[in-house]
Design a protein around this ligand. Structure first.
Ligand SMILES: [Zn+2]
Ligand SMILES: [Zn+2]
Length: 341
């Protein structure tokens, strides 16, 4: 391995957005920049983009310009990169990544959200003729705006404390929870919703009796997409799969911040009037990946977005949740996929 002394600014950057695995982080700090660039490009797919900044700093240190860096990435990374770059004023990088994505033929319909900015950037930097060509490429390469947009017709609810006994609840112990794959603590039951009591739930997951919001309340295992299956009566849950290697799980388990015991409290669903970051049911997913790519590991059926966990409003004791934890569901085999955004 080539050992390069990291500049102080690069060291700061690497420490501010650390790799999930301690071993990988150490390797980067000792100068293995190639390894670091690879790992940060991977991590960017799950952390919503902070890792892209470190990726480009490492690539720059390795003497590669943006063209070479973007060209060396797997095409599956290009949508995430384009989003991050547009959001951070790097329209040139975004346009490069986006163009690669379109030309690969692997673009998902979610990439359409970025199409106008791409065409505008090309037009601004290369002239109107190039802009027209870019628009034609978009239309050829992107699947037509699809049925998934119709999902916004599903109403969005927030979850608030209820004074009276209610069919929905916060906390409690209605479901026997499995141990977290990373830290071994039992997963938390954050909320449970009575499906029959809410028509929106009946329309999304008719075969479920109860719909839970779950997750580890003790460590950073939430960073990894996790599939959890419930038994027929929704009284017990098991973890089917976690999309992380053992090393990454060990790293996630290192940052432990145990949450308080959560006795059962009554909860009510109220129609949402704003898009604040709080637990929601219905509406659209927050995850920026392609919702149509979420399919059940167990039975391969497409999954439907049902609800999202976030830091609850008004409930005691509260728990601090980072961002949104979207819950997708397979109605056929009662499997949940939880993805953080
Ligand atoms: Zn855990
Ligand atoms: Zn399934």
């Amino acid at each position: 391995m080539a050992s390069i002394k990291l500049s102080p600014s690069l060291q700061t950057l690497v420490k501010r957005t650390p790799l999930a695995s301690r071993a990988d982080a150490d390797r980067v700090l000792k100068g293995d920049l190639e390894h670091g660039a690879q790992k940060y490009a991977k991590q960017a797919l799950v952390d919503g983009g902070d890792s892209w900044k470190v990726f480009f700093a490492l690539e720059g240190e390795l003497g590669r310009g943006f063209d070479a860096s973007v060209g060396g990435l797997p095409v599956t990374s290009c949508e995430s990169l384009a989003r991050w770059a547009f959001d951070n004023g790097r329209d040139d990088v975004a346009a490069l990544a986006y163009q690669r994505l379109l030309e690969s033929g692997a673009a998902a319909s979610s990439a359409r959200e970025l199409a106008d900015r791409f065409v505008q950037t090309v037009s601004d930097t290369q002239g109107p003729a190039a802009g027209t060509e870019a628009r034609a490429l978009v239309e050829r390469a992107l699947p037509a705006a699809v049925a998934s947009r119709a999902r916004s017709e599903v109403p969005t609810f927030h979850v608030r404390p209820a004074k009276d006994r209610s069919p929905h609840s916060y906390g409690g112990y209605d479901i026997a929870m499995p141990p977290c794959s990373a830290c071994g603590e039992k997963l938390r039951l954050y909320f449970s919703f009575d499906v029959e009591a809410e028509p929106t739930l009946v329309s999304l997951v008719p075969s479920w009796a109860m719909f839970p919001l779950v997750g580890c309340g003790s460590c950073r295992a939430w960073m990894f997409r996790t599939e959890i299956q419930l038994d027929q009566e929704t009284t017990a849950a098991t973890i089917v799969r976690v999309y992380a290697d053992p090393e990454a799980l060990r790293a996630a388990a290192h940052s432990r911040t145990p949450t308080p015991v959560m006795p059962r409290a009554n909860a009510a669903l109220v129609l949402a009037t704003d898009g604040g970051v709080e637990p929601t049911l219905g509406g659209d997913p927050h995850w920026r990946g392609n919702p149509q790519s979420v399919s059940c590991w167990t039975c391969h059926q497409p999954m439907v977005f049902v609800a999202a966990m976030a830091t609850p409003v008004g409930f005691e004791p509260s728990v601090a949740i980072t961002g949104w934890h979207d819950h997708f569901a397979c109605d056929r085999c009662r499997t949940l996929t939880v993805i953080a955004q």
